[in-house]
Design a protein around this ligand. Structure first.
Ligand SMILES: Nc1ncnc2c1ncn2[C@@H]1O[C@H](COP(=O)(O)OP(=O)(O)OP(=O)(O)O)[C@@H](O)[C@H]1O
Ligand SMILES: [Mg+2]
Length: 215
């Protein structure tokens, strides 16, 4: 692993086999804990974090000369994406948002996202583009998928909201070489160690307001 700036994990929560049963925190308990921590960041902390992370992400995306980037709209205290979306639009980089697949439960469809895209809330209350087949982008044509997450560790393991949507979307990315998954999260979402299941897709990049981690 390479970390581009200093880090410390001494006071981070740890879950998994290395802990005694008494200390063991379930995946759902950990989700609850981290979601509450990130939601408790102040508006100023949230906006400073999103600007700092945006700059780091832009540097990475420019270096990779990407053209097609999927990302997410902020929900539930996630690291805010509006500054990043605005900056990508300024650079002429095309942006895409996931929406729930209309027929295949558990799957996502990625749709071109512009300032004019009609939006609607989905069953989870998350805004997503209205379905329009002309705007659908095949996953293998995306260069990067910037994934939201609930928790990550210093092995690149990722825990999401529990739907398995990104695990399904990214299940074959390594065989195809695309799209490159990049986690985007607050520093406070780091934990010492996450338990992983065989379906969990680890992240080769995680960007936080203070660091770029590569694995
Ligand atoms: N590639 C896959 N194919 C089929 N089912 C999957 C796949 N990946 C994950 N799942 C299922 O999705 C469920 C949720 O997985 P998990 O708890 O890892 O979600 P998550 O990583 O937190 O969510 P997300 O990927 O949406 O951020 C699990 O029960 C798992 O069986
Ligand atoms: Mg998972």
């Amino acid at each position: 692993m390479v970390i581009s700036s200093k880090t410390s994990d001494s006071s981070l929560p740890t879950i998994g086999a290395s802990l005694s049963t008494a200390d063991k925190v379930s995946r759902d308990q950990l989700r609850k804990m981290i979601r509450s921590t990130r939601k408790s960041l102040s508006t100023i902390e949230q906006s400073q974090a999103s600007l700092n992370a945006c700059q780091r992400m832009l540097d990475e995306l420019k270096a990779k000369k990407v053209q097609h980037v999927a990302l997410y709209l902020t929900h539930d205290g996630e690291l805010a994406t509006p500054p990043l979306i605005e900056a990508l639009w300024q650079l002429g980089i095309q942006t895409y948002l996931p929406r729930l697949h209309p027929f295949n439960a558990g799957q996502l469809v990625f749709m071109h996202y512009t300032v004019d895209t009609p939006m609607q809330p989905n069953q989870f209350g998350i805004l997503e583009p209205k379905l329009d087949v002309r705007a659908v982008m095949p996953i293998e044509r995306l260069d990067v998928v910037i994934t939201p997450l609930v928790a990550f560790d210093l092995m690149g393991n990722r825990m999401g909201m529990g739907g398995g949507y990104y695990d399904r979307t990214l299940a074959n990315w390594q065989q195809k070489g695309k799209p490159l998954p990049m986690g985007y999260a607050h520093d406070c979402q780091q934990v010492a160690s996450l338990p992983c299941e065989h379906w969990d897709v680890p992240l080769p990049f995680i960007i936080t307001p203070s660091r770029v981690l590569t694995f």
